[in-house]
Design a protein around this ligand. Structure first.
Ligand code: PLP
Length: 476
């Protein structure tokens, strides 16, 4: 008798050696906590959070090898042994001969923006990232989004929504002239588009266009391994190449790159600025002393650099990157079963909920994504993040709110931290909020900081505002 072959599952490629207890809270406790936090999940205390999917930035679990590496930290002010290990691995995995460490990714963005951007310059990129764009603007530059239109359409299943639209880039070059373009910046798995990759073919074409016009091409390689994994999975001709091989090929197209080590490298802090351009490197090595620390530690302890160097070796391991991306995919597929609207395709580091589709009764001015993140927290203690109008901020020229087409809530997965059961709990909470979505009321911003407002802005429910106003009117 012919039997159907039994499906063989795979599991997380690690077992757990150290545990950190989680605390569950009551709905009443959470409602109080989110009110006190101004309905901003960034302002919640971690002790009030059950499953923390705010970000995958610096929230990763390090391996036993990385922890062992922490013990061989060489805390010399100059020429630490760990610096040389890291330098060798930057050359080995990213193919860049020159590098400076920085305390995190935005510090590298700060340095490169100061070095390459003159006031009045333009920096085209495949959709903006919050800190990247801000440093470009602070250096006097203007970011220009040259991502393909599909990147802005949450339901569009395009496999490479991180691609640059070559016509948009060529049009910008024609309009402002190549001299006015400081550099073209490309990010691997574009966060704001929903964790979406670019293809190797698109990168090749962008690089050719840049070369033709003598424009520099720089890489936000923070999530480069996720991008490499998607190229391996989706792009013809790359299925048999290793993650390390694909990463190397990608990096070869760029003049330089920056990395927030808090992502791919599976550490808790750190950043990298690396280049093959000796002149840019000389400037970076000098500037890093002003803002970060000596060029052989750049704001990091020796032990942090050691953990980064080892993290690089682990980030290209197929079983690690597969487990990471597939865990995110599992979460997305479960949510789909409940009819929750999510960005397609499912991203590399996060599932993005389409808040506008989920809460169509809320106008954009009431920040549907901010509202949804607060509602999910109140339901279960799962912490997520807004990626919509609050994150987009205001137009620096007009001062008006920017309402991007994507109004999303991000469920972001720290690497090697949560198990499948945690995902199930999360999915059920989002499904519950979705089932009761008509009851969700919008928010009004009551406090707005000048820079990167999403981190510290405060809100109040619209209904509560009305009630309070009525009460003040009565008191008068
Ligand atoms: C996190 C991140 C940054 C900024 O890095 P930090 O380490 O948080 O300062 C820049 N670019 C991308 C794509 C990121 O994900």
């Amino acid at each position: 008798m012919a039997t159907k072959p039994i499906k063989r599952s795979w599991a997380e490629p690690f077992k757990i050696k150290v545990v950190e207890p989680l605390v569950e809270t009551t709905r009443r406790h959470r409602e109080k906590a989110i009110r006190a936090a101004g309905y901003n999940t960034f302002l919640l205390a971690s002790r009030d959070v059950y499953i923390d999917l705010l970000t995958d930035s610096g929230t990763n679990a390090m391996s036993d090898r990385q922890w062992a590496g922490m013990m061989v930290g060489d805390e010399a002010y100059a020429g630490s042994e760990n610096f040389y290990h890291l330098e060798a691995n930057v050359a080995r995995f990213y193919g860049m001969p020159f590098f400076v460490p920085t305390h995190q990714g935005r510090a590298a963005e700060h340095l490169i923006s100061r070095i390459l951007i003159k006031p009045g310059d333009y920096i085209p990129g495949n959709m903006y990232f919050t800190t990247t764009r801000l440093h470009q603007e602070l250096a006097g530059g203007t970011f220009v989004d040259v991502s393909i239109d599909a990147a802005h359409e949450p339901a569009n299943p395009h496999p490479f929504k991180g691609n640059v639209d070559l016509d948009k880039l060529a049009a910008l070059i024609r309009k402002v002239g190549a001299k006015k373009i400081a550099y073209v910046s490309m990010a691997g798995t574009v966060n704001m588009a929903g964790g979406q990759p670019f293809s190797m073919e698109n990168l090749r074409q962008v690089a050719a266009l840049c070369q033709k016009h003598g424009i520099r091409l720089w890489f936000d390689a923070t999530r480069a391994c996720e991008n490499a994994f998607f190229i391996q999975e989706r792009e013809a001709g790359w299925g048999r190449h290793s993650i390390a091989g694909i990463l190397h090929t990608m990096c070869a197209y760029f003049d330089g790159l920056w990395v927030s080590a808090k992502k791919d490298l599976m550490v808790n802090i750190g950043g990298i600025l690396a280049t093959r351009d000796r002149e840019v490197f000389e400037k970076a090595r000098n500037l890093v002393v002003v803002y970060e620390g000596l060029h052989t530690y750049g704001g990091l302890a020796g032990r942090d650099m050691e953990a980064m160097a080892i993290g690089m070796e682990e980030m290209v391991a197929y079983e690690n990157i597969r487990a990471r991306v597939k865990q995110v995919e599992y979460c997305g597929r479960q949510l789909e079963k409940y009819g929750v609207p999510i960005v397609q395709p499912i991203g590399g580091h996060a599932v993005f909920l389409d808040a506008q589709a989920m809460l169509p009764h809320l106008p954009r001015e009431q920040f549907p994504a901010q509202t949804l993140a607060a509602a999910i927290y109140a339901d279960s203690g799962v912490r997520s993040m807004e990626r919509g109008a609050v994150s987009s901020g205001r137009d620096p020229r007009t001062g008006k709110n920017i309402y991007p087409r994507l109004e999303l809530v991000r469920l972001t997965f720290p690497r090697r931290v949560y198990t499948q059961a945690h995902i199930d709990v999360t999915v059920e909470s989002v499904a519950n909020v979705h089932a009761n979505r008509e009851r969700v009321r919008g928010l009004k911003m009551t406090y707005e900081p000048q820079y990167l407002r999403f981190f510290q802005a405060r809100f109040e429910p619209v209904a509560a505002m009305r009630k309070r106003r009525a009460a003040t009117a009565r008191a008068r």
